[in-house]
Design a protein around this ligand. Structure first.
Ligand SMILES: Cc1cc2nc3c(=O)[nH]c(=O)nc-3n(C[C@H](O)[C@H](O)[C@H](O)COP(=O)(O)O)c2cc1C
Length: 220
């Protein structure tokens, strides 16, 4: 197969964005709930999002500046209160998540507009979205300064909440089918996680045994 290649040094920020959002797929979506210094709740989705470490438990958000060059409300609130909650977006709340991304005027409460409910945080000031099947309460760990257009927020997870049918609370198995997480693809695309399958990582012994079986099958 012939290749088509791009030198990122020669691309505009928009071109890099297009290549990255089409290539790094599917991206999990954090519906981030925060609270401002004035006590007002806010929620917005972010797919430049992932879990980077479990010890300590660190998640990261990549938040662009608004077109006017100011921080988005989410980042303003995180700076003011040092906390945020990552709510998992299931198929059931996908349309509500999309309403939270509408650039409403300040003063419009997008959580009410979307018909979502805020439940109080257990360990932090920010609440969680009650309709989300799972939510991770995070304390601000740090901001990473990577350039002029984006703020990268690292948060340490301090509390996790689940709808009771979404986790086996003894074995700590999260049920992917109940979570029904939706992922972001390039453009306006989304993907579900409903075609779940398992592929166990092999030990060297398992790999060798499998290879020997293959060789034996070929020889017979
Ligand atoms: C699925 C989805 C993913 C998004 N991911 C990001 C993202 O990673 N970074 C970002 O800055 N904006 C992202 N946005 C846009 C923000 O959600 C949008 O700008 C929102 O209005 C910000 O709200 P706030 O000002 O209340 O923080 C995304 C929107 C959608 C629908």
């Amino acid at each position: 197969m012939n290749s088509v290649s791009f030198d990122f040094n020669t691309l505009s920020p928009r071109e890099r964005y297009k290549i990255l959002i089409g290539t790094v797929v599917p991206r999990p979506i954090a519906l981030v709930s925060t609270v401002g210094a004035d006590g007002r709740a806010n929620a917005a989705p972010f797919s430049f999002f992932n879990c980077l470490s479990s010890d300590p438990a660190i998640v990261a958000l990549g938040v662009e500046y608004s077109p006017g060059g100011q921080s988005k409300d989410t980042v303003r609130n995180i700076r003011a209160t040092n906390c945020f909650t990552v709510n998992v977006v299931s198929g059931a709340i996908m349309n509500q998540m999309n309403i939270c991304a509408v650039p409403f005027d300040a003063g419009v409460d997008e959580i009410t507009e979307a018909g979502l409910t805020i439940a109080p945080g257990a360990a932090i000031a920010a609440g969680r979205i009650a309709e989300a099947p799972a939510a991770l309460e995070c304390r601000l760990h740090s901001f990473l300064n990577v350039g002029e257009s984006r703020e990268i927020v690292l948060g340490e997870v301090v509390y996790a909440h689940f709808h009771e049918n979404a986790i086996d609370a003894e074995k700590l198995y999260v049920d992917a089918t109940v979570l029904d997480a939706v992922g972001r693809m390039g453009g306006h695309g989304y993907a579900t996680t409903r075609d779940y399958f398992e592929l166990k990582t092999m030990s060297v012994a398992e790999y060798s045994a499998k290879n020997q079986m293959k060789t034996a099958a070929k020889a017979s």
